[in-house]
Design a protein around this ligand. Structure first.
Ligand code: HPA
Ligand code: ZN
Length: 326
């Protein structure tokens, strides 16, 4: 009980959250009405009923169709603001969020429309709610490296307000090395880099993310544990893993929350953090992920404090700001 209250009360950072994955059914319907989009569901409840996934791809199919209601700058603002209010409720005082520009460009929504709506909300969140942020442009790995380069070109005018790049979407069959050149270019431009790896994909994809993409964090990373040398390397390098328990459960990466490898990761000295990934689809925001792990893995108060510390240490805050938060 008190461990749950401790988790709620601690200031935390979130390092793995897709803004489009925070689109709650109520807002999806509201934006559909506002933009004259027809949704293939009778109501919010029917939509929620459809959130039953056997794997990552089944989720992604709904995720990409759901985000089709996002069309105007105000839509992106409203989406981002609603997420920031959830941060405030959960004592998340710093957040590093992904957005998927290619998924909106494909629907004819300009990069600047997406970006300005998101950025204005993040700035308001900083000024009015005291929540600091980093913004991460995520490339879709099921598309080509050429498409990623084109997206980077569109992002050029905004790069002074974009902190890093990521790599998400369908993992199997789209290994990190497919994006080696575009990630090198991003690093040369001074962007931070992270990538989803080892969520469904094998340890080899995590090796590639480290060695070929030179990532500064690993998003998910669950399957790295299958490889002892890889696990040792991640520990030695002090690479942060952004772990998402409720996502893992809903995408069948694990069979039950009691089977989650979080405590194994902690015991092996990995710098793990808890995150919500796509909270509107997976059943909860940051505190819900802490609660799930406390209840099913019986985390100690010390482990909960460690996870909160890790979230700041693994963030892209300046060293001075990290010290202030810790
Ligand atoms: N994995 C890969 N791609 C994604 C995810 C995820 O968990 N969420 C949104 N895009
Ligand atoms: Zn993710």
């Amino acid at each position: 009980q008190s461990t749950l209250a401790l988790a709620d009360a601690l200031p935390k950072a979130e390092l793995h959250m897709h803004l489009e994955g925070s689109l709650e059914p109520e807002m999806m319907f509201a934006l559909a009405r506002r933009n004259g989009v027809d949704l293939p569901y009778a109501d919010e409840e029917a939509l929620r009923q459809a959130y039953q996934f056997n794997n990552l791809q089944e989720f992604l199919d709904l995720y990409y169709s759901g985000m089709s209601v996002l069309q105007t700058e105000q839509d992106f603002y409203d989406l981002t603001w609603a997420y920031l209010e959830r941060c405030q409720a959960d004592n998340v005082i710093h957040t590093e969020v992904f957005f998927d520009p290619q998924a909106h460009l494909e629907r004819g929504v300009a990069f600047g429309t997406q970006f300005e709506g998101i950025y204005r909300a993040l700035s308001d969140g900083r000024d009015k709610l005291g929540i600091s942020f980093r913004l991460i442009l995520s490339f879709l790995r099921h598309l080509s490296e050429e498409s990623a380069f084109e997206t980077l070109e569109l992002a050029m005018p905004y790069l002074d307000r974009i902190d890093g790049v990521g790599l998400d979407s369908s993992e199997m069959g789209h290994p990190p090395d497919k994006f080696e050149r575009v990630f090198r270019r991003c690093r040369e431009l001074g962007l931070k880099v992270t990538a989803h790896a080892g969520e469904e994909g094998p340890p080899d994809y995590v090796w590639q993310a480290i060695n070929q993409l030179e990532i500064q964090r690993i998003d998910h990373g669950n399957r790295a544990l299958e490889d002892e040398a890889l696990t040792a390397l991640i520990a030695e390098k002090g690479l942060t893993l952004t772990v998402c328990p409720l996502s893992n459960l809903r995408l069948c990466v694990i069979d039950s929350l009691a089977d989650h490898p979080l405590t194994t990761m902690l015991d092996k000295g990995l710098h793990v953090t808890l995150n919500s990934d796509d909270p509107a689809y997976f059943g909860g925001y940051v505190n819900a992920n802490f609660h799930a792990m406390i209840e099913h893995l019986h985390l100690t108060p010390e482990q909960v404090v460690q996870l909160a510390r890790n979230s700041f240490e693994g963030s892209w805050l300046s060293d001075a700001d990290k010290q202030a938060a810790l």
